[in-house]
Design a binder for this molecule. Structure first.
Ligand code: HEC
Ligand code: HEC
Length: 379
């Protein structure tokens, strides 16, 4: 491979890995433009060079906000930016976007009581040029079926607690789960048709580290129970996750999630849902005080968790992440998914686990943020 190709490929991989493991496709790109944030909550205009429309927004929200914009318009960063010079106003699309940010804020303020109802996605729907005229479709549009008089009422739904209990039983029960305190999983992560070796380390109650090996070294995403960080190889110091990323990763890190899920939410709502693959599912929406909701989809028959959708708030809208769990297998009396797919508007990645070891010693040091990233940080 020539150097240029290798570089492009490398950037793609880092991007993909960052996107997968922490909801941060931009970290690798931004690492060069942004100084490590001293205080993640300080205003963006102090941390960045040319903030006008998003003044007052916490610095660590810029990255997810840019993700939201890109996802809403279905474009890459380069649509508005020159790589490596994000502060420059050299593209008219960036100027337009600034006006659009002001417009969105004004519409919501004047017509939606200040609630964030209209977002970039409301109009753009994944395109940079919104369509203003209804489209004539090839087929006759489907009309909703009228209710049949006298038809049986749909069966009553179980309560969220019943669904959570069934899930806990399905994965082996609290007693069996609690007997396990560490986990080492090895497998492959597939990114746009390419596979890379991956290792996941987990330790009760809430430590988790994921390492992906590729040509230049090991990419690590980790949470030590308090701090989340990501490191790319090359001797640079690892970067802290944003608060939203830490929050999201801490859910994955909850070692006893099937036990804890029952206490996680202030409020829950149960509703029927469409099928996932061949499985009939039931949806529980979990609402946590002051946070975006979490959607959980359970297999009606087996009780297992098949999908989680979580949202990260940004000043302009919510970034969704969907994780699908599959290939549940039994080991040491508990059931675990051996495959999961993480999907975002920008792309999807699949992890397939080949080997699993439980209750082997895993040193706390593996989760702690190192000073700098060596070529190999965890092994
Ligand atoms: C549709 C246009 C658009 C896209 C796509 C976009 N941005 Fe931006 N970006 C902007 C605008 C507009 C600003 C300035 C916001 C302001 O004035 O407050 C900005 C500002 C930034 C800044 C702050 C630069 C500084 O020092 O002032 C960074 C960093 C950034 N964007 C990164 C990204 C990354 C990374 C992506 C790709 C994921 C991205 N942007 C995608 C429009 C865009
Ligand atoms: C109320 C609807 C609406 C909202 C909300 C909206 N846009 Fe737009 N946007 C449009 C329309 C319509 C156009 C096309 C204008 C034209 O064709 O001249 C457009 C064009 C653009 C363009 C220029 C695209 C190109 O191909 O040159 C950018 C960039 C853009 N919008 C960014 C955003 C961003 C970022 C947000 C969210 C902060 C946003 N828009 C929110 C309706 C909207």
């Amino acid at each position: 491979m020539n150097r240029k190709l290798l570089n492009a490929w490398y950037v793609l991989v880092i991007l993909a890995v960052a996107l997968l493991l922490a909801p941060a496709p931009l970290r690798a790109q931004m690492a060069h433009t942004e100084k490590p944030a001293a205080d993640p909550a300080r205003p963006a205009e102090q941390a960045f060079k040319n903030i006008q429309a998003l003044k007052g927004v916490p610095a660590d929200q810029i990255q997810p906000t840019m993700q939201f914009i890109s996802g809403s318009l279905g474009v890459e960063c380069e649509f508005c930016h020159t790589r490596g010079a994000f502060e420059k106003d050299d593209k008219k699309e960036k100027e337009t976007a600034r006006k659009m940010i002001a417009m969105q804020m004004a519409i919501n303020k004047s017509d939606f009581k200040g609630e964030r109802e209209v977002t970039c996605y409301t109009c753009h729907r994944g395109q940079h040029n919104p369509v203003g005229t209804p489209v004539i479709s090839e087929e006759e549009p489907k009309r909703p079926e009228a209710p049949v008089p006298g038809a049986a009422a749909p069966p009553a739904l179980p309560s969220a607690d019943e669904i959570f209990d069934k899930y806990l039983q399905a994965v082996g029960g609290a007693e069996a789960l609690k007997k396990i305190t560490t986990r080492v999983q090895k497998g492959t992560i597939s990114v746009r048709g390419r596979g890379f070796p991956l290792q996941v380390l987990a330790k009760a109650p809430n430590k988790r580290a994921t390492a992906v090996t590729q040509l230049e070294g090991v990419n690590v995403t980790a949470y030590d129970g308090q701090t989340g960080w990501t490191g790319v190889p090359g001797g640079r110091p690892p970067a802290d996750m944003t608060r939203a990323e830490t929050e999201a990763f801490s859910i994955d890190a909850a070692f006893y999630f099937p036990i804890e899920v029952k206490k996680m939410f202030g409020q829950t709502r149960v509703r029927p849902s469409d099928k996932i693959g061949d499985h009939e599912v039931i949806q529980v929406t979990g609402i946590r005080e002051g946070k975006a909701p979490l959607w959980l989809f359970f297999d009606k028959q087996s009780g297992l968790l098949l999908r989680m959708v979580r949202y990260a708030d940004t000043p302009l809208g919510r970034n969704p992440t969907q994780i699908d769990y599959a290939d549940y297998r039994e080991d040491s009396g508990i059931k675990l998914p051996f495959r999961w797919t993480i999907a975002r508007p920008q792309g999807r990645f699949t992890i397939q686990i080949d080997t699993l070891q439980q209750n082997v010693p895993v040193d706390d040091i593996k989760f702690a943020k190192p000073e700098t990233m060596g070529p190999k940080t965890i092994s």
